[in-house]
Design a protein around this ligand. Structure first.
Ligand code: SF4
Ligand code: SF4
Length: 115
């Protein structure tokens, strides 16, 4: 993960130079996100094929959305704009981190295959 962060010039990757808050404890029973298998599988095959079969985008079930705005607040790149209490995702800047999907309290963001 740090290697990828370095390639993308996202900041310091030398752990000894990082200011780590809290304690580093092993988290027992941690469940990997539902997209984990897609990320692993995507690395095993050609990028073009993985783009077709293993990459997913967040999609909001607008008819069930409560308009709370948690998804927009949690998006690290501000790719979600609330328009009339409906979240709209800017696909051009979405980095597919899936924070919005993980944090939506109403569970109305699903992952759809990127086409
Ligand atoms: S977090 Fe979920 S319910 Fe809230 S605005 Fe976003 S999609 Fe809608
Ligand atoms: S997947 Fe990540 S970058 Fe894309 S809209 Fe959701 S929170 Fe933002």
């Amino acid at each position: 993960m740090l290697k990828v962060a370095s390639q993308r010039k996202l900041g310091e990757i030398d752990v000894s130079k990082m200011n780590i808050l809290g304690e580093l404890n092993e988290i027992k029973g941690f469940k990997m996100p539902s997209t984990f298998i897609c990320q692993v599988a995507g690395k095993l095959v050609n990028n073009r094929i993985s783009g077709i079969f293993f990459q997913y985008k967040p999609a909001i079930k607008k008819d069930k959305c409560k308009g709370c705005g948690v998804c927009a607040e949690s998006c690290p790149v501000n790719a979600i704009t609330m328009i009339d209490r409906i979240p709209v995702i800017n696909r051009k800047i979405c980095i597919r981190c899936y924070c919005c999907q993980e944090l939506c309290p109403s569970d109305v963001i699903e992952l759809k295959r990127l086409t």
